[in-house]
Structures are given as C-alpha cells and as structure tokens.
Design a binder for this molecule. Structure first.
Ligand code: SF4
Ligand code: SF4
Length: 96
C-alpha cells in the first residue's frame, strides 16, 4: 500500500516540476494566429479562459484575432484544441 502512495506522490512531484518548467520556458512567448490556416471555427476562443482571443466578423467570414496578448500565459491550450495548426507560440516583442 505504501508503494502506491509513493508512486502517486512521485507522479505529483513530476507533474509539478514539468508544469513549472513549461511555464518558465514559455514565459516570454505569446500566441499568434497563422491566418492562412484559420477557418474561424472559434474553438480556440471558447477554450482560452483568459479571454486573449476574440472572433471578429469580416464581410462573410469569421476570423480570430489576438485581442489581449498581455493576458496570454502561453499555456498552449488553444494550440492543442485547434485542428488546423492555425496557432503558434512566438517570442514576445516590445511591451507585450
Ligand atoms: S481553433 Fe484554429 S481554426 Fe478555429 S478559429 Fe481558432 S485558430 Fe482558427
Ligand atoms: S496560449 Fe493559453 S492563454 Fe494564450 S491564448 Fe492560448 S489558451 Fe489563451
């Protein structure tokens, strides 16, 4: 029974270490739309709980813009949910 607890504890520690490493690595990054791949499906907008992305209507088409880049934590949730490879993380420039 003790080995089960040790296993769970070790997994929890590894998860924490991995997440803090990922956050550190992505600290200077921000999301960017790859316009040519975006279908305007808005899955990413719904997925981002920091309200970084916004859907805008442009004539007949829907597109997504990075409305609040300063709020992006580069968590990657929107990249994972996009089926079209239309999002990427890039280095922040200037004040962002
Ligand atoms: S999930 Fe991908 S394809 Fe859909 S709106 Fe977002 S970036 Fe565009
Ligand atoms: S990387 Fe995270 S915080 Fe940034 S837009 Fe995507 S889901 Fe939102």
């Amino acid at each position: 029974m003790n080995s089960v607890y040790i296993g769970i504890g070790a997994a929890a520690v590894l998860w924490i270490v991995f997440n803090s490493y990922r956050k550190q690595k992505n600290r200077n990054k921000v999301v960017r739309i790859v316009e040519r791949n975006c279908t305007g499906c808005r899955r990413c907008v719904k997925r981002c709980n920091r309200r970084v992305l916004e859907a805008v209507k442009e004539e007949a088409d829907m597109r997504v813009v990075v409305k609040h880049p300063e709020q992006c934590t580069a968590c990657g949730d929107c990249l994972r949910i996009c089926r079209f490879g239309a999002l990427e993380l890039v280095e922040r420039t200037g004040r962002l």
